[in-house]
Design a protein around this ligand. Structure first.
Ligand code: C2O
Ligand code: CU
Length: 527
């Protein structure tokens, strides 16, 4: 299989542990005939650019009686579209019949409302595992609920996984957007089938802008391009193929790494660019694959921002690592590259081609030296420190294994109860062989460090014996984050101010197969 062949060539450095688990996971898959994406012509389709959605009307603002706010109606539907010139149309599920869905765009402090409408079929396009918590037999097979990832919203608008609604129903959410400019994204969050709903195509971008960002005069309009990157398996009929285990009663598989990598819904797209600076807003929305992105001509690029906004200053990079749900804000300068064809790659896999037009170079050169100051949250500000494990355990009752946070299942009583407006340090103790991207709803946080520890000692008597010095976060992680890579054998420390609203939210692993199999916990912000 293509995936297996790749793992041999891409094993290096920090990423190798993932590729090992990739092989383990694929060994448990039922064999299915699949399309080999290496046989498909490259760079024959233009890169689609997701369109910004216009509101369908105005509504009274629930937070300010005399004011109105834009109201959007977004409908989830099944649709077909061609992801490549030479393939048959692929059946997908999308917001407003698009994958990625339409872009919701707003400004800091400008609230908006969305009615999310479930107009999907009643049968799922993939095999539901009824042994997973929240997907028990008897529930509607197709259920959806929408979460805006990175948004500071009230709990009732946050897309709590159990607040799902079936086809024919809808839910309206209010987004105050009282937060810094950033690239957020919306996606499905339905309990027990989230991985399937997202694999089917239920995700889209949500952009917040503000004056600080605008004052930097970064490339905008057609020079600011979102790149939504994700991997899929396709069958020989060009249809999405979600892997299943060899046990038809428990089809769940622990990890999914597809071999067809799509950008904005297209396989191997190209984009004509002018010889000037561009701003790329990148989202990894794969179920499980990380991306290590670089340009084929070795040219450097600049990272301006992380998940939740601008960095203090730009960082020069040769390659960029993004785990599922992480975002990056990049500048690439094509000035002086007239006539070149530059390929964006994930390791050795070609993803997308930039064709630089001839003519005179445009806007180029000066990237502002200072972007947005970030005040480091001091460790002494923390009133509480929690030690929270990430673990995998065998589950003989049903699926081969389950993944746990803090040794607890979703249905166990809540254990994380931070007080509103206080600061906590969370020590994520990873006892597994995988890196897990850990996401907290509602809040933004900073990464303090990662430190290797002795897993054997920890398993014996629950004490942390460190085996090396703490490692500072990568420069590109030194901004506001909502998702952090917790490396295996490391304690990853994050510092969080629980700002926003009291109420019930969730924190979870953003490897969607893990999230659907117990690696998600409710938490409660106490007023
Ligand atoms: Cu990207 Cu709980 O979400
Ligand atoms: Cu995980």
């Amino acid at each position: 299989m293509f995936g297996a062949a790749l793992t041999a060539t891409i094993c290096r450095g920090r990423s190798s542990f993932l590729d090992v688990s990739n092989r383990v996971a694929s060994a448990q898959f039922a064999a299915v005939p699949r399309l080999n994406p290496r046989t498909i012509a490259r760079f024959v389709d233009p890169l689609p650019i997701p369109k910004v959605l216009s509101p369908s009307g105005q509504r009274a603002d629930p937070a300010a009686a005399s004011k109105t706010l834009p109201f959007y109606r977004v409908e989830m539907r099944e649709f077909e579209s061609r992801i490549h010139r030479d393939l048959k149309p692929t059946r997908q599920w999308g917001y407003n019949s698009m994958t990625p869905g339409p872009v919701l765009e707003t400004r800091r402090g400008h609230a908006l409302m969305v009615e999310w409408v479930n107009s999907l079929p009643k049968r799922h396009m993939f095999a539901v595992d009824h042994g997973l918590h929240g997907a028990e037999p008897g529930l509607p097979e197709v259920r959806t609920v929408v979460h805006v990832h990175g948004a500071k919203t009230l709990p009732e608008s946050d897309g709590y996984p159990e607040r799902w609604f079936a086809p024919g129903k809808s839910a309206t959410s209010y987004y105050p957007n009282t937060q810094d400019a950033a690239l957020l994204w919306y996606h499905d969050h339905a309990m027990g089938i989230n991985r399937l709903n997202m694999f089917a195509g239920l995700f889209g971008l949500f952009v917040i802008r503000d004056e600080v960002e605008e004052a930097l005069a970064l490339p905008r309009a057609e020079y600011e391009i979102p790149l939504v990157v994700y991997d899929r398996y396709l069958d020989t009929d060009s249809q999405l193929s979600y892997p299943v285990s060899k046990d038809p009663r428990n089809p769940w598989v622990p990890e999914v790494y597809g071999d067809a990598i799509l950008i904005n819904g297209t396989l191997y797209p190209y984009v004509d660019v002018e010889p000037r600076m561009y701003r790329f807003r990148i989202l990894n929305c794969a179920n499980g694959r990380f991306f290590s992105l670089s340009l084929s001509n070795g040219q450097p690029f600049y990272q301006l921002g992380t998940d939740l906004g601008l960095l203090p200053e730009p960082i020069r990079l040769q390659s960029l690592m993004l785990f599922p749900a992480e975002r990056a804000d990049l500048i690439v300068d094509f000035a002086g590259r007239q006539g070149e064809q530059i390929v964006l790659r994930h390791q050795s896999i070609e993803l997308c081609q930039f064709r630089v037009k001839r003519g005179v170079s445009g806007h180029s050169g000066a990237i502002p030296a200072k972007l947005r100051p970030i005040e480091r949250t001091r460790e002494t500000a923390a009133t509480r420190s929690r030690t929270l494990t990430l673990s995998e355990v065998d589950d003989y009752a049903g699926n081969s294994m389950i993944m746990l946070l803090n040794g607890k299942r979703w249905s166990d009583p809540i254990t994380e109860t931070p007080n509103l407006d206080t600061v906590e340090i969370w020590n994520l103790v990873n006892l597994t062989g995988d890196a897990h991207p850990i996401h907290l709803h509602l809040v933004r946080f900073q990464i303090l460090d990662r430190r290797p520890f002795d897993q054997f000692t920890y398993n014996e008597n629950h004490t942390l014996r460190f085996t090396g010095p703490a490692v500072a976060p990568d420069p590109g992680e030194a901004g506001w984050k909502d998702t952090v890579r917790a490396d295996p054998g490391m304690v990853t420390r994050i510092i969080i101010r629980f700002e926003g609203y009291p109420g019930r939210y969730v924190w979870h692993c953003h490897l969607l197969e893990h999230e659907d199999n117990e690696m998600m916990r409710p938490y409660e912000v106490i007023a």
